[in-house]
Design a protein around this ligand. Structure first.
Ligand SMILES: [Zn+2]
Length: 302
């Protein structure tokens, strides 16, 4: 199955881009290899509004959001996960609007930290954010003419949630599924087993299109998510093949299987290989000397 990424995107910083009836997108000016052109915030509703992913703590982006809101009541600020490109602006937006913040929960890692372990994504995690309302799977928040249902999708982050706009076929997929790139899955912040289960979760749904946290729409989402799953399975096979061929370390495996990757992303690639190895060790297909880590050595299970 082929996986076609769509990297066409016009961020239109500072402008509210209409996407669907009662849905606009505002992109923050925080481009990077990890955020593409920047973080997408979405505003839902016409009279009473909801903001999905306010974004990084950025003055210009806050001004753009407030200009579009234009004094209308904002009832909820929904946060997909607690990474610094998504949640920090919630605090100032809440002060200005009085809206209630909603998320699965505060920041946490997918597994308990080992003694002395610093999570790889620590610098990009927002540990200050605590939602007013901790929403569970299928939890609903609603306003004038709209209702948003939480679809918990851990993997990229342990507290990652997507939100379905009821009755429209629109899913705000945040960083779980994006059209321009695969999602970063890096232990201990995220977990490959969770990520794969969250892809299955979306395959079971019948959404029409996704509005991600970075880049443009995911059209034909079922086919795309199947492609993402196949892509990870292919990477898993490639890792098993490298181990069978004698590679024993993550740097050796990365060098062999990420030949076409931007070198700035080698760190992320290493974490992705670690995520696969953690899953492979957990399911008994690979052995490691001690707990799986970037420095550990690995071998096929006997
Ligand atoms: Zn992000």
């Amino acid at each position: 199955m082929s996986l076609d990424f769509d990297t066409r995107f016009e961020p239109a910083y500072g402008q509210a881009v209409p996407i669907a009836d009662g849905v606009v997108r505002l992109t923050a000016n925080n481009p990077s290899p990890f955020t593409f052109h920047g973080t997408n915030s979405y505003i839902v509703g016409k009279d009473t509004l909801a903001v999905i992913d306010p974004g990084p703590d950025d003055d210009a982006h806050l001004d753009a959001l407030m200009r579009f809101i234009a004094g209308r009541p904002v009832s909820h600020i929904l946060v997909s996960h607690t990474h610094r490109d998504h949640s920090p602006l919630a605090a100032r937006l809440k002060t200005l609007t009085g809206a209630k913040t909603v998320a699965e929960g505060p920041h946490r890692t997918a597994r308990a930290l080992r003694l002395g372990e610093v999570p790889a994504l620590d610098a990009s995690s927002d540990t200050d954010f605590v939602p007013d309302l901790a929403i569970g799977d299928s939890g609903l928040v609603d306003g004038d003419g709209w209702a948003l249902r939480a679809v918990l999708t851990p993997g990229h982050a342990a507290n990652h949630a997507a939100f379905a706009l009821e009755g429209t076929g629109i899913l705000f997929s945040a960083d779980h599924v994006m059209a321009w790139s695969t999602s970063i899955v890096a232990p201990p912040d995220g977990a490959m087993s969770d990520y794969m289960a969250s892809l299955d979760r979306l395959i079971e749904r019948d959404d029409r299109f996704y509005l991600p946290g970075h880049g443009g729409l995911v059209t034909a989402p079922q086919k795309f998510v199947r492609g993402l799953k196949a892509h990870r399975k292919m990477r898993e096979r490639a890792i098993l093949e490298r181990l069978a061929a004698g590679d024993r370390s993550i740097p050796d495996i990365v060098k062999a299987i990420y030949r076409d990757t931007d070198p700035r992303l080698f760190g992320a690639a290493s974490l992705s290989v670690l995520a696969h190895l953690e899953d492979l060790v957990g399911t008994g297909r690979v052995v490691s000397d001690g707990a799986p880590s970037l420095e550990a050595t690995y071998a096929p299970a006997p």
